[in-house]
Design a protein around this ligand. Structure first.
Ligand code: PLP
Length: 402
């Protein structure tokens, strides 16, 4: 093994031990939820048509709700992506003239049109106001949030746990818990919503277990364990989830309908392996951040910093290095390993994006992948890795390519 890598492994041992403890805790939580809900082979069967009495679908919702310490959940292969899950949650519970306050700055790029777009059926088109308070030095701006909450009625406080394409730390569960307490003290009826993409199983709790009323994410990220073929979830308080279910299908039918002929085994099995897979992805991220930090690149998070998402960014300083980095990762992919990534204009993003993703499930970023917008400071965002061994081999190639 490359010397830089063996040194990285030796130095990150205490971090790995801490990650193993979290994985064990979360694995138990998942198995407890499976047992409590009596998961059995019959739950894996597909259904057709209306999918009335689809016991696989209904049980999957209960299992996810239990894992999240929440009252109820909508989990469905019919939710196309993380953006779709978040959009579903927003349109499910918000009504004309409501106001939303984001307390973690502007939401993730693909939500810009969902919230602010003109004439596309955005929140703005439906008369819903969306204001943003920026984070101040990786912490909530408590004074500004208090002032905003007191200034006008706020239906929802919106928080994004992971950093998206920005240079900040992911928000820890402790910070999110404190936010929930703070908001409820000032405005007890305000819904706290959390974009939980890339956050599942990184810490011992999930946002709904520390006071969030609603949170959403994607099954082709952490929670699907690399096996779920598609889908998303929204989890939270019962009355809110009823509204979300009414938006997913129709207000008169909610979760009474919705079939999936492919069956649910891979959702259950993916959920079962997810705590371990997230552990492997986190270890991969820690090794990259240690080795590239050692080489003098600005990495975020630094190896050893507390983690609350699976993303690691590396500022490379030039488009050429971004392209080389992504090509090195792509060349170790089990699928499409022969492909040379090129920068291109992707729907929902303002700048050109380059992406390395040689995935079994298309676009699944719990599988080892990296991407980034071609703009200053030319940072790549690396995430995922189903096995640590794959992460090590990719890191070896990346170190060679720089
Ligand atoms: C990935 C992501 C999204 C959007 O999810 P897609 O599945 O790409 O639509 C939203 N928010 C954050 C923080 C994300 O990481």
């Amino acid at each position: 093994m490359n010397k830089e890598i063996s040194e990285a492994i030796a130095h990150t041992k205490p971090i790995f031990e801490r990650l193993d403890e979290i994985a064990l805790h979360n694995q138990k939580k998942v198995i407890d939820a499976f047992c409590k809900n009596g998961v059995a082979l019959r739950h894996f069967n597909g259904t057709t048509g209306y999918g009335s009495d689809d016991v696989g679908r209904n049980t999957l919702c209960s299992v996810v709700a239990d894992i999240f310490g929440a009252e109820n959940a909508v989990v469905s292969p019919l939710i196309a992506s993380g953006t779709a899950a978040i959009t579903l949650a927003l349109f499910g519970v918000l009504r004309p003239n409501d106001r939303v306050l984001s307390v973690s700055g502007r939401p993730y790029d693909t939500l810009t049109d969902v919230i602010f777009g003109e004439g596309v059926g955005s929140l703005r088109d439906f008369g819903i106001r969306f204001d943003c308070v920026e984070l101040a030095d990786n912490e909530f701006d408590w004074a500004a949030i208090e002032q905003q909450l007191k200034a006008s009625p706020t239906k929802m406080v919106y928080v994004q746990r992971s950093r998206g394409y920005s240079d900040r730390a992911a928000l820890s569960l402790q910070q999110i818990g404190r936010l929930c307490d703070f908001v409820k003290k000032i405005a007890p009826d305000t819904i706290v919503f959390c974009d939980n993409c890339y956050g599942e199983f990184v810490e011992k709790d999930e946002p709904t277990a520390v006071g969030a009323d609603l949170c959403a994410g994607s099954f082709i990220k952490n929670i699907g364990g690399g096996l779920a073929p598609t889908g998303g979830y929204v989890v939270g308080r019962k009355h809110l989830i009823e509204q979300v279910a009414g938006r997913l299908t129709a207000p008169s039918i909610g979760m009474e309908v919705g079939s999936y002929q492919g069956g649910y085994r891979l959702f259950y099995q993916g959920l079962f392996v997810a705590p371990h897979v997230v552990n492997q992805a986190l270890k991969t991220s820690v090794l990259f951040s240690y080795a590239l930090g050692k080489r003098g690149y600005k990495v975020n998070p630094c190896a050893g910093a507390p983690l609350s998402d699976i993303v690691c960014s590396v500022e490379l300083g030039s488009p050429e290095k971004m392209i080389n980095f992504c090509r090195a990762v792509q060349s170790t992919s089990p699928v499409d390993g022969f492909v040379e990534p090129q920068p291109w204009q992707q729907a929902g993003y303002a700048d050109k994006v380059i992406m390395a993703a040689g995935c079994f499930v298309e676009g699944a970023s719990i599988e080892l992948s990296c991407d980034g917008p071609l703009r200053e400071p030319y940072a790549v965002y690396l995430q995922g890795g189903l096995t640590l061994e794959h992460g090590i081999l990719a890191l070896e190639k990346v170190l060679e390519s720089l």
